[in-house]
Design a protein around this ligand. Structure first.
Ligand SMILES: NC(=O)c1ccc[n+]([C@@H]2O[C@H](COP(=O)([O-])OP(=O)(O)OC[C@H]3O[C@@H](n4cnc5c(N)ncnc54)[C@H](O)[C@@H]3O)[C@@H](O)[C@H]2O)c1
Length: 375
């Protein structure tokens, strides 16, 4: 019997976390501002969705309504009727940064047990919404104690949350670009009977790039170059203006194209001509803008070109995906699934394991098959 998800969010008061909180509160009332944008509403019982619950951690001491106002993704009229409910959401402080992983995992595991105790009829799901961090190669470690000793929790806090969730038997969604799904972690999840999915929510520009790349590939049109620019002015954008923190995200936004097309774009120039840039541009806040120029060739090698301009809202696109993923993971846990769930590749920019579907039509088909199986 499927249970309603309890979203336990690391980074609960950020732009995406607060938007999710407002959507969860809306679902507890009429849901009319949220349900139409959920894919899982096509197959999950609406009473299951309605009872979705929220908890988590954040560094910020502001209340949830104050955080919503600060993030500015939604206007107050979007969540006015939910203010009282939003004020009751439990968001705890994370463990002190100087503690080692074992100590942090112990504290976070206790927090998770407390959240579960407060929502005994729900299926908890950990959602990682921490800021992007510099790339750390966890895959080079072959034993957890070694990894815990050599990597600092201050550099990679995500790992403590993920390992605490696994220790508590709680499914994990990694919406960030932080590469936490190394073989050791996936193996632990498998052993603990925990499903895990990621990495890096595919919300806007990359989502449409996958669609267009799959369409060009299906017609044997040859992509000669693809230039993508993003301008965004939220905290995520500011954080990504640090080249080290952006490098994981840029790789996730770049790697998939050659895989879908089946050849390296720019081969004839001796270098990749798939270029992706992210620019922090404060006036835009959460309302990001993306530009794409796609150069491709057809019959007789004659050149053609596409221009795309997208004016999107980062967290408005992300929040329903986060809720959907929590519903999928709650259902998968009930169905006894463990380890990495590659059928959810539709939601992510980067597939950490090689068996994930890559073309758009394959990703949609995998998702539909999963829904049929879970129904
Ligand atoms: N919005 C999108 O479309 C989108 C798409 C893909 C991936 N992402 C990723 O999702 C993540 C969240 O995005 P966002 O826009 O909400 O970011 P954000 O910076 O607004 O929010 C991050 C939150 O994490 C909190 N935090 C920082 N360190 C913490 C810690 N150790 N423990 C607990 N909380 C901590 C911060 O106080 C902040 O509230 C980012 O990694 C972003 O790159 C977002």
């Amino acid at each position: 019997m499927m249970k309603s998800p309890l979203l336990i969010i690391a980074g609960a008061k950020g732009a995406v976390g607060t938007t999710v909180a407002a959507a969860v509160a809306d679902m507890k009332q009429t849901g009319e501002n949220t349900f139409p944008w959920l894919i899982t509403a096509n197959w999950a019982d609406s009473t299951i969705l309605q009872e979705t619950a929220f908890a988590g951690w954040d560094l910020s001491d502001k209340t949830m309504p104050q955080s919503l106002a600060l993030q500015g993704v939604l206007s107050e009229e979007n969540y006015r009727t939910s203010l009282a409910m939003l004020d009751t959401l439990e968001v705890r402080r994370p463990p002190a940064e100087k503690m080692d992983y074992s100590e942090q995992i112990r504290i976070l595991s206790q927090d998770i047990r407390d959240f579960v105790k407060a929502h005994p009829h729900h299926q908890p799901v950990l959602i990682n919404l921490l800021p992007a961090c510099a790339v750390i190669h966890l895959e080079k470690y072959h034993a957890l104690p070694d990894l815990y000793r050599k990597v600092s929790p201050a550099d990679f806090p995500d790992l403590a949350y993920v390992m605490a969730a696994i220790a508590c038997g709680v499914p994990v969604v990694n919406f960030t670009s932080n590469a936490v799904e190394c073989p050791l972690v996936v193996q632990e999840a498998f052993k603990a009977g925990v499903p895990l999915c990621g990495r890096d929510g595919k919300t806007g520009q990359t989502y449409l790039k996958v669609v267009i790349a799959s369409a060009l590939k299906a017609r044997n049109l040859l992509v000669d170059g693809w230039y993508s620019l993003n301008i965004l002015g939220n905290e995520d954008g500011r954080n990504l203006s640090d080249p080290q923190k952006a490098s994981g995200k840029l790789a996730n936004k770049t790697d998939f194209l050659d895989t879908i097309l089946g050849y390296p774009v720019g081969q004839r120039y001796g270098q990749s001509t798939h270029k992706v840039a992210i620019e922090y541009y404060p006036p835009r806040g959460d309302r990001k803008e993306a530009w794409d120029v796609i150069d491709f060739t057809g019959l007789f090698g004659l050149p053609m070109s596409i221009r795309m301009n997208m004016q999107l809202r980062d967290s408005v696109l992300a929040a329903p995906m986060v809720i959907d993923l929590a519903v999928w993971m709650a259902a998968l846990k009930t169905a006894g699934r463990s380890g990495f769930v590659s059928e959810l590749a539709f939601y992510f920019k980067k597939a950490p394991l090689p068996d994930s579907p890559v073309a758009f039509q394959e990703q949609v088909a995998a998702l539909q098959k999963l829904a049929k199986h879970l129904k």
